[in-house]
Unconditional design. Structure first.
Lengths: 243, 116
């Protein structure tokens, strides 16, 4: 891609966006209020609600998918941009306001301690009280166990999209990233590739506007089957040296 | 198989042949897929009229009626085609994703040069 490869900038915050018009401005403004000066790279994944137009007015880099590709593809596009632009560290966060920017320094501090990637967890320490529906919580527990068994790394909040990663991890994920429901699959893949994964407690907020990608019943039904299959395939590919 | 059944199957195959050729003429089907369907139509006509060969196959499969053999072969073919087309669709999905991402990244790169 050759995009400003000569510059090795400190870090960037990658935010995938899909129909988050009502949350976007607050998210970006909150990051800036925290005096985080890193570039904010937003990837609009074919929004239909005016998110893209709003992004153009905000002090962020805007990458626009002309059509909706899915959460994973948007993350991958952001990572590809960040890697090509020479950022040394990438923070991945959602646009829906659930991820609190004041936690970014904590994620980075954990990264400094030697991890390649840090996952912000809703289920550790003081964050353990975060309430999510029972079935979803059970699903997360199951995939957490699966990721532990297959990938060798026990992560309690495998579905957390609040992450900070070093450039080597961003490079790895920019190459291949699942289009939808990346969660356990990515953790397993990173674990098998021997990246050092850390998990720290972070505070999450409830989303005020819009809906989660897990709220669609068909997708919620499809999610566990896809994730189980994908998890085993990741293992198989790595065993057979295809990835 | 009765002579009447053979005529009906052959007629249906020929109608399909005309339909496929028409799709090709209107550029709604590629030559490679047309060849595939021509092969299928040819196979249907062959099995319909090669009674002895079909009977041998029927005995081999342990089926009672030749029509069952034809049905089985059709099902196998449909299964193979579905797998083939699933692979094709997945390949196209990956290509589309790659194209969309490259387009988005190129646009972002261009915008960055305009407003550094």
């Amino acid at each position: 891609m050759g995009l400003r490869q000569d510059i090795d900038k400190e870090g960037a915050i990658v935010i995938p966006v899909f129909n988050e018009e009502k949350n976007l401005r607050a998210t970006v403004e909150e990051i800036r209020r925290e005096r985080i000066t890193w570039d904010i790279i937003t990837v609009d994944d074919g929004s239909t609600d005016g998110s893209r137009e709003l992004l153009e007015k905000l002090p962020v880099t805007v990458i626009s998918h002309p059509v909706n590709l899915g959460y994973g593809a948007a993350v991958q596009t952001g990572l590809r941009y960040a890697v090509a632009a020479g950022y040394g560290t990438v923070v991945l966060m959602d646009a829906d306001g659930q991820h609190i920017p004041s936690e970014i320094p904590n994620l980075l501090a954990a990264l400094e301690k030697g991890a390649d990637i840090v996952i912000g967890s809703r289920f550790l320490g003081s964050s353990a009280g975060y309430r999510i529906p029972f079935l979803r919580r059970m699903g997360i527990k199951f995939f957490s166990a699966l990721a532990g068994i297959l990938g060798g790394t026990k992560i309690y909040d495998v579905t957390s999209g609040y992450q900070a990663m070093r450039r080597n991890v961003a490079q790895f994920l920019a190459e291949e990233y699942p289009v939808d429901f990346p969660d356990a699959e990515v953790i397993i893949s990173l674990g098998l590739k021997k990246f050092r994964i850390a998990e720290i407690p972070v505070q999450f907020r409830r989303r005020e506007h819009g809906v989660s990608m897990y709220s669609n019943p068909i997708r919620a039904f499809y999610y566990p089957f896809k994730s189980i299959l994908a998890s085993f395939i990741v293992l198989l590919r790595i065993i057979r040296g295809k990835n | 198989m009765s002579f009447q059944a053979k005529i009906i199957i052959t007629a249906m195959a020929l109608v399909n042949l005309v339909f496929i050729m028409e799709l090709l003429r209107k550029k709604k089907l590629s030559e490679s897929y047309t060849l595939l369907w021509l092969f299928v139509i040819g196979a249907v006509i062959f099995f319909t009229w090669a009674a002895q060969f079909l009977s041998s196959l029927t005995r081999f499969f342990g089926a009672i009626a030749p029509v069952s053999t034809l049905t089985l072969l059709s099902l196998l073919f449909i299964l193979v085609m579905l797998i083939f087309f699933s692979m094709k669709i997945y390949k196209m999905e990956r290509r589309i994703k790659e194209l969309v991402q490259r387009l988005a990244l190129d646009n972002a790169k261009r915008n960055q040069h305009i407003t550094p």
